[in-house]
Design a protein around this ligand. Structure first.
Ligand SMILES: Nc1ncnc2c1ncn2[C@@H]1O[C@H](COP(=O)(O)OP(=O)(O)OP(=O)(O)O)[C@@H](O)[C@H]1O
Length: 257
């Protein structure tokens, strides 16, 4: 469904991404993990159509991505909610561009706030919501206009550990219910293993796909304390090994800069 072919992105004479190849199947949950500055956000911006590659191709259903579109929903680390609108108003905002009539917009917005567990919080403004709740609103807003793909750039990074874990479970539940294709960025190894069907480990400067690892942990919600299991530990170690050298290399490059 999504295909990246030799995607390179230069900023002046600095190469942020160098020949990235990646395939994402319809309905797949792919996590990109890599050291700080390896180009994860750059890659997501390219997928969102916010920037264009210096060379190479990004294809969605075989067609080049040439700008932002309602087929892709983006969730950033910082909630990007409109402070003067209520939770309901923020979710409705995402629907305004789609031409859905107002009555239907309200009903849809309610439905998606319910899906992310915010039933009863429709009339609160962002400043009256916790960080986790704001991020739920952002997720509801992105889901409401029914994009095929959800692009998520470290959406839970600013949250405390407990809220992060519960939102990870919510996201898995939503993914199972809606069958969306998800590309999720993180630098957390545990988060990558817990969420991803496939984890793509990126190299540091320039960013390339070092390895893709298929994670086979079955249905997460059926296993109690999955993170403590042997298989989970094995995957975590595998990703850690792949990342370890890259993080060390990134730090050396940082010092030399
Ligand atoms: N507009 C820009 N102009 C110049 N350099 C840029 C620009 N955007 C990103 N970069 C550089 O490209 C590299 C990749 O940045 P990017 O934000 O994609 O990394 P990242 O992997 O998302 O980092 P982090 O995990 O710290 O968020 C960095 O070295 C950054 O300084």
């Amino acid at each position: 469904m999504i295909s990246l072919r030799g995607v390179t992105k230069d900023f002046g004479d600095f190469t942020a991404l160098d020949g990235v190849d990646l395939d994402v199947a319809a309905g797949e949950f792919v996590v990109l993990v890599g050291p700080s500055g390896c180009g994860k956000s750059t890659l997501l911006d390219l997928l969102a159509g916010l920037t264009t590659p210096t060379s190479g191709q990004l294809l969605l259903h075989g067609k080049p991505i040439d700008g932002p579109g309602l087929d892709r929903g983006v969730v950033f680390q910082q909630y990007a909610l409109l402070p003067w609108r209520t939770a309901l108003g923020n979710v409705e905002f995402g629907l305004e561009a789609t031409g859905v009539p107002r009555r239907q917009r309200v009903a849809l917005a309610r439905e998606f706030l319910d899906l992310v567990g915010l039933n009863g919080f429709e009339d609160r403004h962002p400043h009256e919501l916790s960080g986790g709740m704001r991020q739920r609103v952002a997720i509801a807003r992105s889901l409401a206009y029914d994009p095929e793909v959800l692009l998520m750039d470290e959406p839970f990074a600013a949250l405390d550990a407990q809220t992060r874990e519960s939102l990870q479970d919510e996201l898995l539940r939503i993914w199972q219910r809606t069958g969306k294709t998800i590309v999720f960025i993180t630098h957390g190894i545990d988060e990558a293993v817990y969420l991803g069907q496939t984890v793509a480990v990126l190299t540091s400067r320039p960013g390339r796909v070092k390895r893709t690892v298929r994670i086979d942990l079955g249905n997460r919600s059926e296993v109690r304390d999955l993170r403590s299991s042997t298989e989970f530990g094995r995957y975590r170690h595998e990703i850690w090994e792949l990342l370890h050298d890259e993080v060390a290399r990134a730090q050396r490059l940082e010092v030399a800069r």
